[in-house]
Structure formats: C-alpha cells, structure tokens
Write a protein that binds this ligand. Sequence first.
Ligand code: SF4
Length: 167
Amino acid sequence: MANKIPRVSVREQDAKVRATNFEEVCYGYNVEEAQTEASRCLNCKKPRCVEACPVGINIPAFIHEVINGDFKKASSIIAEDSSLPSICGRVCPQETQCEGSCILGIKGESVAIGKLERFVGDWSLENNAKSVEVAPKNGHKVAVIGSGPSGLACASDLAKWGRCDCF
Ligand code: SF4
C-alpha cells in the first residue's frame, strides 16, 4: 500500500539556533501541515495503528476530524482514551507502536500519527477547548502517589469523575 502524498516533514529549529537556546527543537505542525498529513490516512477498516496503540485511541477517527478541521471533535475522540495527547504525541515511541504498524509503512512512510496527536493536543490547550465532560465534585479527595504517566492518568480520570481534588 503506497500513498502519493509524501509524509509532511515537521519543521525544526536550525542546529545553530537551537545550540543557543533551551526551546523545543521541533515546532510541530501548523494547521495546513496537519491537514495535509491527515489526508494521507486511508481510514482503514481494520486499523492496525489502533491495535498497536497501548490505550487504543481511535486514530483514524481523530485523524478524519483533523481533515474536517474539527479539531475540538478530534480532541474529544482522543480524550476518550488518553488525557495526555500533547505529551504522548511528543514522547510515545510511535515508531514501534501506532506508526510502526500503520499500513502505509509497509511500502512507504507511515502516517505521522504522533505529530497529529501532538497538534490536536496543543490546539486543545491553546484554545482552552473542553474535550471531556467533568462531573461535579463529590467532596472526596484522593492522593495519587507518583507523577509518572499512570499517576497523571489516574488523577485525570478521577478528576473527570468528580472524585477528587488531586494533590
Ligand atoms: S493504519 Fe495508517 S492508514 Fe490505516 S487507519 Fe491507521 S493511520 Fe490510517
């Protein structure tokens, strides 16, 4: 399976510039880049990318909404399975997970799923988009020990369910 649209490269700071600062090297996609990259997805009926995602994000569905320009809906779709799209889009080993299983990668280049996830996560933060319904607080407090991915995800889910002022 091949795709005539080449994978959209992500813009990065020039090496000489990034040697002078502590800013993020990768700029991420802008809207046009994200929509072009999203348009490469074949919207597979049996999406191998989803099977390879540890949390089972509905990848073709959120990518479809990126094509539509409905970034809030894309964000809501991701939020069904992940609270950390800006982080996961940056640090997940996509090359061995979703992108490593993308059907386009068999004969060409996989869809840049991680960069698209990052784009949606960042858009959501920048636009203060509420991706999930949050239940009213029920007065109970929960202490989550540790601030790794599990602890953050647990705190996020508990907060969504109104069960904590996490600290
Ligand atoms: S496997 Fe690749 S082409 Fe197929 S739905 Fe997933 S991202 Fe799109």
